[in-house]
Design a protein around this ligand. Structure first.
Ligand SMILES: *Cc1c(COP(=O)(O)O)cnc(C)c1O
Length: 431
């Protein structure tokens, strides 16, 4: 297990040392500090929303430009072969594989996470045709629940499959697991609270009940070390525009353990998943391997932006990311405890590091307005209804001094009550 560095533990317990200079000292000793230069962040911004949309890597613009000018502009249709376009969803998948404990040939890029989840959960449910129940979490990112509703219809036959919902406050997984459960779909790190499941332990429990385990890794990949292989999990999906910095709308990935590849029947059977797509046969026949999860033409420009970002991830040691992530979140929570005790701000994220991803959520009755006031001051987090302010800590470009500055501004916003200004109450279409 990775432990907090001694410096951070000292910070948590020693009030006197907790000032901006100490944070700068931690930055000076940070082995990941140089990664910040590989991102293009606007001046005057403390960016704590990389868990929603990762920052722009410096190399992305030139790389995408080159793909547009050379591969599209000059290569034209020839690039499907010459530039490896057709193989790209799996080639990029092979570069994500080490970040999630997958083997080569087990990961493929798809469409949105919602679409990929549909693909994967349907395939999972079809591996247990005699069972009629899908288990999910009530607190899931809602699209996961909506997608499961369509899997219930699509896979159920004459009768839709049933759904059972678990929650941290009960019913628990053990309450609902029985021999009618086909699939369990859980989000490894909760999108609101940052609470993290024990991936291996939960997978083992689900397998003991004879069910298939599907993990949603949207808030895990690039945030915490993930080892799907040694956990023996079955399927997973995840985002690439959050911690992986693939850019807005970059495609999601799907993972299936290789033991399931040849028996898997994904929901959407498109030509890019066909065994011989360019024979243009009338009937569908899935290609062996993870490629059968593909549907149609991949988003090559988005994939190229993601490739530029993965050049950074190729150089990253996830153990160091986890260590710094815990230091940043611990520092943030300590500063909130010490400096914001006067206001009604509650830390919702688990304080035990083993239960925490790379984000911290604070509950405040007027969290929406407080967050808008923070954003106006250059501290960018986001808000999740009804009352949570969310702060994501991306160790490649967030510093300890950033954490200090963010809490400092939050302190200012709360003590001045500037957030009460009506302009902060206006809600855009996207919160
Ligand atoms: C961000 C996120 C999604 C996003 O889904 P899209 O279809 O890519 O918009 C889905 N599930 C979870 C748990 C997420 O955190």
């Amino acid at each position: 297990m990775i432990k907090l560095s001694d410096a951070a533990s000292d910070l948590a317990s020693d009030r006197r040392t907790l000032d901006r200079a100490t944070c700068e000292g931690l930055d000076a000793a940070d082995p990941l500090a140089s990664f910040r230069d590989r991102f293009d962040l606007p001046d005057g911004v403390v960016y704590l929303d990389g868990n929603s949309l990762g920052a722009l890597p410096r190399a992305t613009r030139a790389h995408v430009d080159r793909v547009i000018a050379e591969e599209w502009g000059v290569g034209l249709i020839r690039s499907w072969n010459d530039a490896g376009w057709f193989a790209k969803p799996q080639a990029v998948g092979d570069r994500i594989a080490p970040l999630i404990g997958a083997a080569r040939g087990e990961v493929v890029l798809g469409d949105s996470t919602s679409a990929s989840l549909f693909q994967v959960v349907a395939a999972a449910a079809r591996l247990r045709p005699e069972r009629r129940v899908i288990v999910a979490e009530r607190s899931s990112f809602p699209t996961d629940l909506y997608v499961i509703e369509s899997v219930q219809e699509a896979v159920g036959g004459a009768e839709p499959l049933d759904r059972r919902l678990v929650h941290d406050d009960g019913p628990t997984l053990d309450d609902v697991l029985d021999d009618d459960v086909a699939v369990v779909v859980l989000t490894h790190v909760d999108y609101r609270t940052g609470r993290m499941h024990d991936l291996a332990e939960v997978t083992a429990r689900v397998h003991a009940a004879g069910a298939i385990m599907v993990w949603d890794l949207c808030h895990s990949v690039g945030a915490v070390p993930v080892d799907l292989g040694s956990a023996g999990a079955d399927f997973a999906v995840g985002c690439t525009y959050k911690y992986l910095n693939g850019g807005p709308g970059s495609p999601s990935f799907m993972w299936a353990a290789s033991r399931h590849h040849d028996g898997a029947r994904p929901a959407l059977t498109g030509w890019h998943g066909h065994a011989r797509p360019f024979d243009f046969e009338v009937g569908y026949e899935p290609v062996p391997g993870i490629g059968r999860f593909r549907v149609g033409t991949p988003q090559l420009l988005s994939l190229s932006a993601l490739e530029a970002s993965l050049d950074i991830w190729d150089d990253v040691d996830m153990a160091l990311v986890r260590e710094k992530s815990l230091r940043l979140t611990e520092l943030f929570v300590s500063l909130v405890d010490r400096r914001l005790a006067h206001w009604d701000v509650e830390v919702v994220t688990p304080r035990r590091s083993s239960l925490r991803g790379s984000q911290v959520a604070l509950r405040h009755e007027d969290g929406y307005a407080v967050m808008q006031a923070l954003i106006e001051r250059g501290v960018i987090g986001d808000f999740r209804a009804p009352d949570l302010m969310r702060f994501g800590f991306t160790p490649l470009y967030v510093s300890h001094a950033d954490v200090w500055d963010a809490v400092d501004v939050l302190h200012d916003v709360l003590s001045s009550e500037v957030w009460r200004d009506p302009r902060f109450a206006h809600r855009g279409a996207v919160t």
